[in-house]
Ligand binder design. Sequence first.
Ligand code: SF4
Length: 321
Amino acid sequence: MDHIFGPVNSRRLGRSLGIDLLSEKVCNLNCIYCEIGATTHLTCERAEYVPTAEIIGEIDRYFQDTERLREIDVVTVTASGEPTLHSGLGRILAHLKEKTGKPLAVLTNGTTLMDAQVRRELSPADVVIPSLDSAREQSFRKLDRPALCLDLGEIINGLVRFSHEYSGKLWLEILFSRGINDTDDDIHALQMVIDRMRVDRIQLNTVARPPLESFARPVSEERLLEIATLLQEYNPGIPVDMLARGALTKDTAATSVHAPAEQDIVDEILQMLKRRPCTAADINTIFHCGGSKKVEQYLAPLVQSGTLHIRTHGDKLYYLP
Ligand code: SF4
């Protein structure tokens, strides 16, 4: 399966089946904290980067086993890059809705919502989780390193407009990196944008996994709590969640219902690591391999052959391609 992964047991969404709309890193940002590597195709152009029929065909084959519908609570559309750049997004969402009848979530970097067509295509989703890491030009450019075609003012206007047009749940995710977008001025600029939006939840994150750039550093837990308080005071009534207070391990905890054979497990682990670096403990929680040591044994040949690498972040070791 190239475009379907999971289901993973997401703390935010329940048992979530992931649909990845891209096969190379197509994005209009090149964030310093990106977990899936440098953007190889930096563009604002919407296109059918993967044939829509190929993705729909994979979805249909997956759900030929109708038992699989019982194993999931939600289908989450995401990408190795930015999913709204795929011009088949609307068709794929409509097909998923019809095929599964399950709630649909879409993760997006939130930079394409000035486009009325993107806003329309997102309408079948039940939850949209856009990001806005900074409302200040300097911090936005340093952290998210946008393509030249993007304008922060237009991005913010698109987000605000979408928030009022869209009738589903909107959860705004903000990732903070120490010394880049975590000053009081940054928080105040975000407060003012959120004040113009209809937001159901605010979700705070930091650099909790190995980032693309080593200078992308996490903010302290104390600062994240201060930021949460500042947002709650200025934007009362909007719940603020902390995604990066030891929660990420839980967020990736998943159920492997089919107890696949050993090689299948290794293949599934590789698919997951392409999208998110994980520790041996994370992998064990998801695939029930019999302990972190067992995971290390499975993966040792892949590390030796250079298929996988091990990287230290904080006090943990992460596996990544
Ligand atoms: S973090 Fe998301 S938006 Fe940023 S470069 Fe990576 S895929 Fe693109």
